[in-house]
Design a protein. Structure first.
Length: 677
């Protein structure tokens, strides 16, 4: 297994290092519990890239500056762009056809960032790399490292050209200073910034570049050692190294094995090691290993060399496959192993049939291929917007759902899908000035209110508050001199949902905001969660019910700070998202609508939530009003809840919000409420 291959023009040992780096990255992504330090493989890739960049630049240093830069970009982009753009395209096609609808909108934005090589843009705490890995909804999370590398491409030729203006001995010091400044920046800024920032990663590229400069000196000094001992005295004209460096050269192969063993021990250690310690250690160790490992039999074996050859394909392909497993397979470990094996198989196929092919093309052909792939990606990423423009061009549409009277089942299928895809984006309200600026949830104040409005209004709840925000503004803003909106993801205002820590904090925040705002009218617009739980064991009355007593206490705090009325949206049954996604398919197959009703609706805990609300009204001292959607969704003829219309347009989205069509369906409810304020 460890027999070296025949001498090649390229450093085969570097392919071995590349192979080990991609293997530990795969281990970290697929089995993070067992390979918690595998992320260090990306740090090794940066060092390897620095080595390769310096090699390309050094070979062209005798050419003009313009030729050097042009040749460098030509070689690097020829190697990276065709495969990179192809994988983005295939990933988007798979996203539209196989991934959950809720993943599409997020990934369209991520695809644009990947396409423009800005996936490493500054992140919020919620977008932290390791958080995104655990969620795995973003199939382009892994492209952050390529964004860092491509951005460095625009700096490195000029760093190199500047170094050539210095005496050769000073060049090492120059690279050292640049690297030290970057390292200082890495440890000075917040971790989320340091991880993604180009400037916090330059020191790793610099180590690779210095490694190459030292590597090209090694044969010269080794040759000097041999010639200086010839009996005829015909020695080298180069100055020979001192005894310590001569000893280093003689024992370099042995030291390469020791270094490799240490790096492997760190990367595959089953216990998480402190990143601030092991990251510089692995980075410097990789640079040191590249200096020593040219004849390393382990790194130069055929298996590792081939894995190194397919490493670029494997890196690009594996993450979308893992993300699909994460989103659809509910943690099944057999499926995870299949996903890992599939990543390797697809990487081999891609390498053998696409990479090898395009690398033989002329620069002109590759340029045309890159341009074509780039524009196809743009079209595919924006296909929904393009189709919407075509379908709605020239039509007079004033509703939120864009549904017109002449639409058919095909239109319903298309729009239902679009509403699922755009669900999160539709939670944004253009009239709301958000406090946190990281999403449509949290607190905001509506702007552009009527000058004649006289009431202070407040809407609070979970994401249903944001889901209803456009409708509420359109129907109630003319009555308001201010509208405060508070939406907490997954948290109910009347009870700290499932006792989550974040919901306990939001529970307190709701009360404090209402106390400070003192609105004339307040509206709780929320989807029931914990308030639908059954009575605890041995509890039979609301007086004994801890959930209800918490709701009542919170309600009394609310109404003590509300001048007129508190409106509370009553519970309606939840949905089976898988069935909602298939409404039009059922209708196309002429499935009985009642059967669809029964498949969609989940009655779990629905009645208990309504009972607690009903008791709340009794204890509210006349200041609470229930808003009930049951009359809007209950079909009295069939005795079932009907969550779609006769043309197949869904009233719900798969993330359990009302669709724009559902919002339009209940519009009259809010119009009547606001008219009577």
């Amino acid at each position: 297994m460890f027999q070296p291959t025949q001498k090649s023009s390229k450093r085969l040992d570097l392919q071995g290092i590349r192979a080990l780096a991609i293997l530990v990255v795969l281990g970290f992504h697929f089995y993070p519990k067992y390979f918690p330090n595998g992320y260090l493989g990306v740090d090794q890739f940066f060092v390897l890239s620095g080595f390769l960049m310096c090699m390309l630049l050094k070979r062209a240093e005798n050419q003009s500056a313009c030729s050097l830069v042009t040749l460098f970009y030509s070689k690097r982009f020829k190697r990276i762009l065709p495969l990179y753009l192809l994988i983005i395209l295939i990933s988007m096609i798979c996203l539209y056809n196989f991934f959950p609808d809720t993943a599409i909108e997020t990934n369209k934005e991520s695809a644009v960032n990947a396409l423009l090589f800005v996936s490493n843009r500054p992140k919020t705490a919620a977008e932290d790399y390791f958080t995104m890995l655990s969620i795995a909804i973003d199939i382009f999370t892994h492209t952050w490292s390529l964004s860092v590398e491509i951005q460095f491409y625009f700096l490195v030729p000029f760093i190199f050209l500047l170094s050539t203006k210095l005496p050769s001995k000073m060049q090492y010091g120059f690279y050292g200073v640049v690297g030290y400044i970057s390292l200082w920046y890495f440890y000075s800024v917040p971790e989320t910034v340091a991880f993604n920032s180009l400037f916090a990663r330059i020191w790793q590229f610099m180590l690779g570049m210095v490694g190459y400069l030292l590597a090209i000196l090694k044969p010269k000094y080794s040759n000097c050692h041999v010639l200086s001992n010839l009996e005829d005295g015909q020695g080298s004209q180069e100055p020979c190294p001192n005894d310590k460096f001569r000893w280093f050269l003689i024992h370099s192969q042995f030291m390469s094995y020791i270094t490799l063993l240490i790096l492997l021990a760190i990367n595959i250690c089953p216990f998480a090691l402190p990143a601030e310690l092991v990251r510089p250690l692995v980075t410097m160790g990789t640079g040191f290993l590249m200096l020593l490992s040219e004849d390393n039999l382990v790194l130069s074996n055929r298996i590792l060399i081939y894995i190194g050859d397919i490493s670029f394909s494997l890196y690009l392909i594996h993450w979308p496959i893992y993300a699909y497993w994460k989103l659809t397979c509910n943690g099944n470990q057999i499926s995870l192993a299949v996903a890992l094996a599939s990543s390797i198989v697809f990487a081999v196929i891609t390498y053998e049939n696409f990479e090898k092919w395009y690398l033989r093309l002329s620069s002109t052909s590759i340029g045309l291929l890159v341009v074509a792939l780039f524009f196809i990606n743009i079209v595919v990423i924006n296909k929904d917007q393009i189709l919407d423009h075509v379908n709605f061009s020239g039509k007079d549409i004033s509703s939120l759902d864009n549904v017109t009277d002449d639409m058919t089942l095909d239109d319903a299928e298309r729009l239902n899908h679009r509403w699922n895809v755009n669900d999160y984006k539709n939670l944004y309200t253009s009239t709301c000035k958000y406090e946190n600026k990281v999403g449509p949830l949290g607190w905001c104040r509506h702007t552009g209110l009527s000058k004649s409005g006289k009431y202070r209004l407040a809407t609070i709840g979970n994401s249903w508050t944001a889901n209803h925000a456009k409708l509420f503004y359109q129907e109630c803003s003319y009555k308001a001199k201010s509208i405060m909106q508070g939406a907490a993801y997954g948290c109910e205002p009347l009870y700290p949902t499932t006792q989550y820590t974040v919901c306990k904090a939001n529970f307190t925040d709701f009360e404090q905001r209402i106390r400070k705002e003192k609105p004339d009218f307040a509206f709780i617009i929320t989807r029931y969660i914990s308030i639908g739980e059954p009575f605890p064991k041995n509890v039979t009355t609301f007086e004994q019910d801890p959930i209800y007593q918490t709701m009542k206490e919170q309600m009394l705090k609310f109404i003590s700070n509300i001048k007129y009325k508190l409106y509370i949206l009553d519970a309606v049954p939840r949905i089976n998202a898988k069935v909602v996604r298939r409404i039009t398919k059922f209708m196309r197959n002429h499935t009985d609508p009642v059967a669809i009703d029964k498949a969609i609706v989940i009655f779990h805990e629905y009645e208990m939530a309504r009972k607690r609300h009903a008791q709340l009204i009794k204890d509210c001292n006349g200041k609470c009003v229930l808003v009930d959607y049951v009359p809007e969704f209950y079909n009295t003829e069939t005795g079932t809840f009907r969550y779609f219309d006769k043309r197949g347009f869904s009233y719900w989205t798969t993330p359990s919000h009302l669709s724009p069509h559902g919002i339009e369906h209940v519009r009259h409810v809010w119009r009547d409420i606001c008219a009577k304020l």
